[in-house]
Design a protein around this ligand. Structure first.
Ligand code: FA5
Length: 517
């Protein structure tokens, strides 16, 4: 216990010590005002150090709310010049009786004062009115040389400025009762009053004793240079003391996850590519062997753009080959979709519905072997749910080389998810542009269901042949928001776009990102 108290002493600020000493001298209990006077300290410094002493259980701070009265402007005026009924009384002392009509002028009153003054004159029984004439009474004559109770309080208020109503009462009760009734002479305000009291712990600490010497809180260049810092006295710090919560700015978790994904693919030897959000239906659908009557192309799923309505297509050679693949299968050995391909449909401008169009463009411009990934926003007309948004992010990738196969593709995806820290399962799937195809899923215990994370497969010859690619190409497209479900331990992807400041603040910076960032 003594050891602990000694540590508390070492950590006391000089102001805290001064307050404790003052309390000892002032009988273990005092108001902050008294202490401030006693130690010649600013009252604010007393209050803030008292708060700190209270949190250390060395003193108790008692608060009572009292009412305080002070004079208004009019109150001050009457305190200095005298109340209006006093002015009439003095007039009556000189003239004994005065007709009502002459009171205002002779007593030098304002219009607004006459009625009130006469009222109080009668209430105080200083005068009577008979047939329109105001006459002084014997009580009035006596009052000439005596202060009435309300006047005495006005005087006291003028001198002291403030008086307490209750603790302890500093007012003249009858005077206050009158002034309270008169409009606009005094202000009544609630004011807290504090008393600081030493606790038993505080007393023990005082018994152990300590000296009040100035302590160094900041070192100067001079002190360091001359070595005088060695002889300074330092205050101990409680590094476990409570502190206010602090929320420094940080990147949005989705941005952190995207950064982490990019880092992972770069580490796996992929190069990064970027596409554009506005795309032609040609690159988004046709080049990927999606027939022009495919359900995904319908207005319900795809956002078509009014302006620009169309996007320019690449060189005619590629367009013709894509048309051929759709109509007859071209040189791929397939029969194609067997319909008349329409170039105008392919020219339509769309907001890309997936990032696979970036892979198609990349393959048209680069020769295998290659490993490419791309991250970006995609758009679909979707009903919003815990796992569906109309605008979301995908990460897309392709690996093209002579010896790549479906098994390698599963291995790449497994490794990618493993690096991010979780396991996925694969199940067979269908995409018009891949064969074999798969979808990977994660289990969400809160939803008690498996959620699709991404699609993947080997690009079909109908995709590769028009692009002039002769090696197999493994391709995948993964949803990023759904990945965040697991990374951030949330069960609704809408959370990512809610700007819920409370959630964002509390989310550890390490969530969704590796520690070496
Ligand atoms: C595709 O977009 C394919 N292009 C993926 C692909 C690429 C397959 C290459 C084969 C080869 P899908 O429509 O299933 O597939 O979307 C892929 C992932 O995006 C989904 O698994 C899911 O994680 C995410 N996703 C899809 N729709 C939404 C949505 N509305 N909101 C949030 N995430 C979504």
């Amino acid at each position: 216990m003594d050891k602990e108290l000694q540590r508390t002493i070492n950590e006391l600020h000089i102001y805290e010590k001064k307050i404790l000493k003052a309390l000892k001298e002032l009988g273990y209990e005092a108001t902050p005002e008294k202490i401030s006077k006693f130690q010649d300290m600013d009252i604010k410094a007393v209050m803030s150090a008292a708060g700190s002493l209270e949190s250390k259980n060395l003193i108790e701070v008692h608060k009572v709310t009292d009412e305080v009265i002070s004079l208004s402007q009019t109150g001050k005026k009457y305190a200095k010049e005298g109340l209006p009924e006093r002015k009439i009384l003095l007039l009556l002392e000189r003239e004994e009786s005065v007709p009502m009509g002459q009171i205002k002028e002779k007593a030098q009153l304002e219009n607004s004062e006459v009625k009130i003054a006469i009222g109080w004159l009668l209430k105080k029984k200083w005068a009577s009115i008979e047939k329109g004439v105001v006459k002084i009474t014997p009580e009035g004559e006596r009052a000439v040389n005596e202060e009435y109770k309300d006047e005495a309080l006005l005087d006291k208020l003028l001198e002291k400025q403030k008086l307490l109503l209750f603790n302890p009462p500093q007012i003249i009760k009858e005077g206050f009762d009158i002034l309270k009734k008169r409009k606009g002479l005094i202000h009544i305000k609630k004011e807290p009053k504090y008393t600081l009291k030493l606790t038993n712990k505080g007393r023990k600490l005082l018994e152990m004793g300590f000296d009040i010497t100035e302590e160094a809180t900041q070192l100067t260049h001079e002190q360091l240079k001359t070595g005088s810092w060695k002889s300074l006295k330092y205050r101990g710090y409680d590094i476990k003391a409570e502190h206010p919560d602090f929320y420094p700015g940080k990147k949005h978790p989705l941005r952190r996850i995207i950064k982490e994904i990019r880092k992972t693919f770069l580490e796996m030897g992929f190069t990064e590519s970027r596409g554009t959000i506005l795309e032609s239906a040609f690159w988004n659908f046709d080049c990927l062997f999606q027939p022009q009557d495919h359900a995904a192309r319908e207005m319900q799923d795809t956002f078509y753009i009014k302006n620009p309505k169309n996007v320019q297509l690449p060189g005619t050679d590629l367009v013709a080959k894509v048309a051929d693949a759709h109509e007859t299968g071209g040189g791929t050995g397939s029969e194609g979709w067997g319909y008349i391909w329409n170039i105008d449909v392919a020219k339509q401008a769309v907001l890309r519905t997936h990032t696979t169009c970036v892979s198609a463009r990349f393959l048209a411009e680069n020769s295998p072997p290659l490993k490419m990934f791309s991250v970006g926003r995609v758009f679909r007309r979707e009903t919003i749910t815990y796992k569906h948004l109309p605008e979301f992010h995908q990460v897309e990738g392709i690996v093209a080389s002579e010896d790549i196969n479906f098994r390698n593709l599963l291995g790449i995806l497994k490794e990618f998810y493993h690096k991010l820290g979780f396991e996925v399962r694969f199940r067979p799937a269908y995409f018009p542009y891949t064969y074999l195809s798969t979808e990977c899923e994660i289990y969400l215990p809160e939803k008690e269901s498996w959620v699709e994370l991404g699609g993947a497969g080997m690009f079909r010859p109908e995709v590769l042949e028009p692009l002039g690619v002769e090696t197999p190409v493994a391709a995948f497209g993964l949803g990023i928001e759904r990945l965040a479900l697991k990374q951030l331990e949330i069960n609704d992807i809408r959370m990512l776009y809610k700007s819920d400041i409370g959630w964002l603040r509390k989310l550890p910076i390490t969530k969704g990102i590796s520690l070496d960032e």
